[in-house]
Design a protein around this ligand. Sequence first.
Ligand code: GLN
Length: 486
Amino acid sequence: MDLLKNLTIKSFHEGLIAKKFSAVEVTREFFSHIKETDKNIGAYLSLNEEGSIKTADRVDEAVAQGEKIPLLAGVALAVKDNIMIKALPATAGSRSLESYVASYSAGVIQKLKKEMAVFLGKTNLDEFAMGSSTENSGFHLTRNPRDLERAPGGSSGGSAAAVASDQAIAALGSDTGGSVRQPAAFCGVVGLKTTYGSVSRNGLIAMASSLDQIGPITKTVEDAAILFKAITGKDEYDSTSADTDYGEEILNSNFEKVKTLRVGIPEEYFPKELDSEIGKAVERVIGDLKGAKMTFKKISLPHSKYALPCYYIIMPAEVSSNLARFDGIRYSRIDEKRLKAKNLKEIYTHQKGEGFGTETKRRVILGTFVLSSGYYDAYYQKAQQVRTLIKQDFDKAFNEVDVILTPVTPTYPFKIGEKISDPYQMYLSDIFTIPANLAGLPAISIPVNGWNKGEGSLPVGFQLIGKHFHEADILGIGRLYEQFGY
Ligand code: GLN
């Protein structure tokens, strides 16, 4: 276990080529640690032990042959269970997909396979990535490794918990309204929501297609850069993916250049309801960066206050059309009742009635309503117009500053059960993360230094939002900040 503690992509790679350990040895260590630890945490839904050892063995072979191995070779990753890996289960946290096995690998997985990454298993999530605590999973709870009474956040709660409890070196999550950043903040790890279009969604089980992005969850900002570089780029099976070229600089931030970036502080993201301790933690980050001679400017993003209601119209609309494909025929919950169904109506009722959980049903119904004739203009179209205003706020702000700094969440990790019966309170956890999705911008959640120093202290994160395709800026400031690491 000591071997796994604080093991990063970078330190694993260095140890591997220095022959301090073999990939198989580390992989086996991960599985014994998972078997011991995950009983209490519940990060994983399924494990891929045989496949992992096979890949690790190939990596060791390559090292023995003296080949130059990629940075991610042998790196033990956890993958959110809405991202498909051929021949492994892909449930998206839904009972309706309990028996589904992926028939192909997602674009990001194909890229990582070429790098010989090891996929330890698939992680728990809120059903179809809808939620902020992982409590909406159709399978089981995931606990926050920093305090087992608390939620790990969501929807990528399993991925964040796996990384935070050293049950993986790094992980992949998906972020539609905050699902990579919020659980990263709750678990004290780094989460990067990538620019819309920078990473392929081919093979990601879709939630809301105009918002969904896959992103890394890691222990360090440096690792987030490494994993991001490995998964970005064009994929012919996702027409929204862009032909990105981030170059080598994304891996080697030039701190002198980074320090010249101007940082904007939007007043709307520091409301009086914000937990005062979170406000103070973010102030400390600002102080540290000012100490490094970075310049700050107050800005305003006046339409961000409409982001939450706007998202809760656009997102369910897209959810209701994306989830229509789970019709009980091509994708089906197979059990006795399904096999005995006599007609289409019985199939549909069974698939959606028993296969889907409460939150999923709520969103499908809401989405169907806002798209229905007579309401479309009043809700969906209006929300799209508001979305444009939110985007324009950012465009305007980015004329004056290069990045924007905000809190990630308005509260500390909440207790399991605390918000599940009040959807509106749950939705509020994403109030600071949703605007970046609506505007398609890259944003990163980074733990505030020192959160883990006090007895019983809980993680707190801060967020950096960048211009489209400017991941290098937010990663650069993040790495600079990480150097202060007290
Ligand atoms: N928590 C938000 C929601 O419930 C965001 C989910 C996500 O980013 N996948 O919709």
